[in-house]
Design a protein around this ligand. Structure first.
Ligand code: NAD
Length: 260
């Protein structure tokens, strides 16, 4: 079939699960060399194994996107192996602690912002020097929560990090256009992944819930959440030349959830 990202070197953070995993497999199927960056080695090794079965080339690097030293080393490992970077999918993220603002601790706030927003900055910062020569595409996983949410009670930190990622994508698009590096944010609605494992709801949440008419997680287009493979289709499009004139924008992929 048509190899839309043939021989491109793609760095994917949070590649061991959910949206990152599905995108890693999809890009591999379309000919990209995949660098899997994640905290979770068991799940990532499984993705690596699947890419090998597809006849693809991949490298797993155990890293924490919130740690400048480790992400710098991870990017170095990628460049040592493949020489340069064409595609960056800054996707690693957590829901973090869900709590009313008055009960949210400064440490909880930092954990969410450091993983989601600073992690995105660090990934892009260390990758850009290796993309400047031949250009490329950076895709950042934000969320509909950066803008609005129906089920997002207690998600002030998460939503702030996600809105920050959109602003960062726009500034990066402007700054990096001279190198023919495109930067876009994607904003998924509810997608069926393992993100629930990173969610720490506090009992205090009930204090701020307000009744909503529409059942949590429902979307006009689907009777339930979307699938990671549906997001992977968008990631492949943004990674490939088929989106060569798209930069500095945010794309909603939410089954029309935000229109409700
Ligand atoms: P997931 O939990 O299935 O996958 C996230 C992956 O990121 C995991 O493999 C985890 O180990 C990794 N990760 C977490 N912290 C990390 C760190 N500090 N360093 C390196 N890796 C780390 O969740 P997902 O839903 O696939 O999440 C991917 C992205 O999608 C996140 O940014 C999330 O905010 C966003 N998102 C998810 C949804 C949804 O409904 N699932 C909706 C909108 C946006």
């Amino acid at each position: 079939h048509h190899l839309r990202v043939k021989d491109k070197v793609a760095v994917i953070t949070g590649a061991g699960s959910g949206i990152g995993r599905a995108s890693a497999l999809h890009l591999a199927r379309h000919g990209a060399k995949i660098c899997l960056l994640d905290l979770n080695d068991d799940r990532s090794e499984d993705v690596e194994h699947k890419i090998k079965e597809l006849g693809g080339d991949s490298l797993f690097v155990d890293t924490d996107v919130s740690d400048p030293k480790r992400i710098e080393q991870a990017i170095k490992a990628v460049v040592d192996r493949f020489g340069h970077i064409d595609i960056v999918f800054a996707n690693a993220g957590i829901n973090g602690t869900l709590s009313p603002i008055e009960d949210l601790t400064p440490d909880d706030w930092d954990k969410t912002l450091t993983t989601n927003l600073k992690g995105t900055f660090l990934t892009v910062k260390y990758a850009v020097p290796h993309m400047k020569k031949s250009g490329g595409s950076i895709i950042i996983t934000s969320s509909i929560n950066g803008n609005r949410s129906f089920s997002g009670f207690g998600m002030s930190a998460y939503s702030s990090s996600k809105a920050g990622q959109v602003a960062f994508a726009k500034m990066a698009a402007l700054e990096l256009a001279r190198y023919k590096i495109r930067v876009n944010a994607i904003c998924p609605g509810a997608i069926e992944t393992n993100i629930g494992e990173s969610t720490k709801p506090t009992p205090l949440l009930d204090k701020i819930k307000i009744p909503v008419e529409y059942p949590e997680g429902s979307q006009p287009l689907e009777h339930g959440p979307g699938q990671p493979e549906q997001v992977a289709d968008l990631v492949l499009f943004l990674a490939s030349q088929e989106s060569s004139h798209i930069s500095g924008t945010e794309i909603y992929i939410d089954g029309a959830e935000t229109l409700l």
